[in-house]
Design a protein. Sequence first.
Lengths: 127, 188
Amino acid sequence: MSNDAQHVSVDELADAAEDLLPPERAAAVQNHVGGCSSCAAVAAALVDVCEALADAPVPPMPDTVFTRLQAVVEAESERRASGAADNEDADARALTAKRTSVGSFGQNPAYGGKAVGDHDGEKLSQD
Amino acid sequence: MTDERSDHELLAAHVAGDPDAFGVLVARHRDRLWAVALRTMRNPEEAADALQEAYISAFRRAHTFRGDSQVTTWLHRVVVNACLDRIRRNKVRAADPLPEDPERAAELGVTDDTDVLEVKERRADVATALNQINADQRAALVLVDMEGYSVEEAATILGCAVGTIKSRCARGRAKLVPLLGHLRETVA
């Protein structure tokens, strides 16, 4: 026990516990720990660490976070649903976008909505 | 909130266009997903941001789920990856251990439901100690020691070899020994 040079490092003890050492070294470590109270204490501390981690209470998700994430999921769901709907309307939206980019009518009242048919341009053309 | 469909059924329904299935699925596993995110990110705000990214990613990429594993394993994988991506992106900031911010924690509702002082102290000790090891080792320990996943499952979740998980767990525990070594004396 007075021979510190033979003590096993905590890294090596942890590796030994995970069977990561070559067989000869694993046997030597096991042999040393069997007769060395200080290394045995470190090995026991490694087990304590696992237990402390396992015993750490599971923190419940705060309701504020839950509500926020729920809103995120709902927004995704709406985005997906509107994406499908938009495909059906793609031509109309392309026309709207073209008019908007040209700027003939100033701010486009149909922007972001589905009321493409109510567009001023359509009304004008019906006259 | 009780929905009798299995996780697999909910995910399949989501892919098929059910607008509510994904929400039911993540609500069902909210605490486990939160625990993994919080423990990996170490900070409630960062954990919530990482979960938000993970939920969006999982929502959009649900069709890539192959039915050969548990849905929870897949969800954990998406969450852990979102966390680790975030940590890498914030590397400069994350290199400094994040200070505990009790006021912000209270605002986020992280303060607990239990008033047993010892449990509180132990939680603080474990959280503080986990702050001081690197993200990869922490992620492995969160899954294996804290969440109870096998090393094989953790390897699947983290996308690396079983030996890598074992090694990260071993070295992470070794680093925690001096940080948590006092638990036995104080508690026992």
